[in-house]
Design a protein around this ligand. Structure first.
Ligand code: UTP
Length: 320
């Protein structure tokens, strides 16, 4: 048989930082890591691990805090449960349970103090040796035909420079993200462009562009030196942001922005999580028709309420 020579990506490892406090989901996050909150029946972090594995990543480093051991347990085999399902001939369920023990190597690294995202990435990259690596943030779940990190790995393999994943965001949301300063965008390929800097959470009117960095990165190993030199004892905010190190890094290395294809959900917010749950439920053939009916009933209730409100406000105007 003829051998097909598949070119492997130079990016083989990914860091998934998951050690944050998750304060936007309090009180639940007092005890349950937000990464284990499910979209239907799968913890959100499982969907990110899928993105990495479907991209051909071989090693996944989960950066967690000591209070989030349950994340590690989720990816370990549960033999008594497997035996129980086997004894009851529950083969379909067994398949689901076993799917969590993946083929890729999954390692857990502890970030003992929550000193921010930059520090979490440094913690995960400490054991790497001069090799590029990807970063996937759990707050951004992205549905796409080609996994987003794979789209970026393809660009990295051609460029050899660090890349941040971006998408346009609405004007009034620019102050929630790191916004890139494009150096020059060519007419030919305006999805991939070099950046001259990035600003963390700018006032919308001062933002250097509308393109926000959304939870996907590929870094050359050289970034580690810059992460090591950041001051993590910032007493004002308690943490140092990753974007803060880009300006220094850019003096020595190029960074590109890549506008990826895909629908993104902000899982860091309760609204985003709810929207993702609704969309995923509409794609699940076991439950989609029930959920669709429910949404249509809700829509007609909302429509008649709004129509009634409009009618009342017209009446009030007429009465004046
Ligand atoms: P966020 O800044 O969104 O913080 O972190 P958070 O703790 O997840 O959530 P909120 O804002 O308090 O609600 C962005 C990503 O970086 C990780 C988080 O787990 C999240 O995936 N992170 C943050 C760490 O791994 N360590 C940290 O010290 C801080």
């Amino acid at each position: 048989m003829k051998q097909v020579n598949v070119q492997k990506s130079k990016v083989r490892k990914v860091i998934i930082p998951a050690a944050g406090w998750g304060t936007r989901f309090l009180p639940m996050t007092k005890i349950i890591p937000k990464e284990l909150v499910p979209i239907l029946n799968r913890p959100s972090i499982d969907l990110l691990v899928d993105e990495a594995i479907n991209s051909g990543i071989e090693e996944i480093i989960l950066v967690i805090s000591t209070r989030k051991q349950e994340i590690m347990k989720y990816f370990q085999p549960n033999i008594p449960l497997e035996e129980e399902l086997k004894s009851k001939n529950k083969w379909e369920l067994l398949k689901h349970v076993k799917k969590t023990n993946r083929d890729a190597i999954i390692r857990v690294v502890y970030q003992y103090e929550q000193l921010g995202l930059a520090h979490a990435i440094l913690t995960g990259a400490r054991f790497f040796k001069n090799e590029p690596f990807a970063v996937i943030l759990g707050d951004d779940l992205i549905k796409s035909k080609i996994p987003v990190i794979k789209q970026m790995m393809n660009e990295y393999d051609k460029l050899g420079s660090s890349i941040v994943g971006v998408q346009n965001v609405e004007f009034d949301k620019l102050n929630k993200y790191g916004i890139v300063k494009p150096k020059n965008i060519s007419e030919k390929n305006n999805k991939l462009f070099e950046i001259s800097g990035a600003v963390e959470k700018p006032l919308p009117q001062k933002a250097p562009s509308s393109k926000a960095i959304l939870g996907r990165y590929i870094f050359n190993y050289s970034i580690v030196k810059f992460l090591e030199n950041l001051d993590y004892s910032n007493e004002n905010t308690g943490e140092i942001n990753l974007v803060d190190c880009f300006d220094k890094y850019l003096k020595e290395e190029k960074i590109y922005a890549y506008e990826f294809d895909g629908k993104r959900y902000d899982l860091g917010s309760i609204e985003g999580f709810t929207m993702a749950t609704i969309d995923y439920s509409l794609e699940n053939s076991d439950i989609s028709s029930t959920i669709k009916k429910h949404i249509m009933n809700l829509a007609s209730e909302i429509y008649s309420e709004t129509a009634l409100l409009d009618l009342n406000s017209e009446k009030n105007k007429g009465g004046k």
